[in-house]
Design a protein around this ligand. Structure first.
Ligand code: ZN
Length: 226
């Protein structure tokens, strides 16, 4: 029992650290975005609604089952919890989900633009071309399937007229991917101002895809193409 409690205490701290890192990197403002972590097959922890990142404490992190029912938690979970739960349900390997409204990703989301494969690190860490989802209403049940469709096998997607969703095998991975995604969106946006960005040729992609699959991918094996 105490082992379970120790794990919970540790994971709560990880959520706080992840949330405060994306805040310190400027990927979220107070009151927006959310970070969650998987505890086991049926339970997660998620940042509370109306989160003030600099004041966030472990005790405020909300414990839920995968149907969204609170477990010994008084705080109200993030309004975008349904989308997190949808990702955990259909992707058993995902350990952390981050949602944010970082500026450059959100600019592309308003244009509903995918990010083609323009940087090698994008393939290794995020999986390849970053897709933009179909438009849905924020905070609704529809956001989950729409986010999952855009994610495909990747670790990140753009949410139409909204922001980003990122997932990973650990909080550390997901935080890193959120930072990489915003940088990538910034590079793409900047390149678009000057001309037509060129993509990485197909023959240079294979090896990077292998690295992605070996180190960072967290989609179910059955989803794999080929
Ligand atoms: Zn949002």
């Amino acid at each position: 029992m105490s082992e379970v409690n120790d794990k919970l205490v540790e994971l709560r701290k990880e959520v706080v650290k992840g949330a405060q890192t994306i805040y310190s990197k400027g990927l979220v403002e107070n009151g927006e975005g959310n970070v969650s972590v998987r505890i086991n097959k049926n339970e997660i922890l998620i940042t509370p609604s109306s989160n003030r990142y600099e004041d966030l404490v472990s005790e405020a992190i909300v414990h839920l089952d995968l149907d969204g029912n609170p477990i010994n938690s008084k705080s109200i979970p993030s309004t975008e919890t349904k989308m997190h739960l949808a990702v955990y349900k259909s992707r058993p390997k995902v350990k952390c989900v981050i949602h944010n409204h970082s500026s450059y990703v959100t600019m592309l989301s308003v244009l509903r633009k995918n990010i083609p494969v323009i940087m090698e690190q994008q393939i290794i860490f995020l999986g390849g071309e970053i897709k933009c989802s179909e438009i849905t209403e924020a905070h609704t049940e529809a956001m989950g399937p729409s986010a999952l469709n855009a994610l495909e096998l990747n670790n990140a997607a753009i949410l139409a007229n909204h922001g980003a969703i990122i997932c990973g095998k650990s909080v550390e991975h997901a935080v890193r991917f959120a930072i990489i995604l915003e940088k990538l969106a910034k590079v793409y946006w900047g390149a678009l101002q000057v001309g037509d960005p060129l993509t990485i040729p197909e023959e240079n992609i294979k090896e990077h895809e292998k690295m992605f699959n070996r180190l960072f991918a967290c989609y179910p094996r059955k989803m794999r193409k080929e």
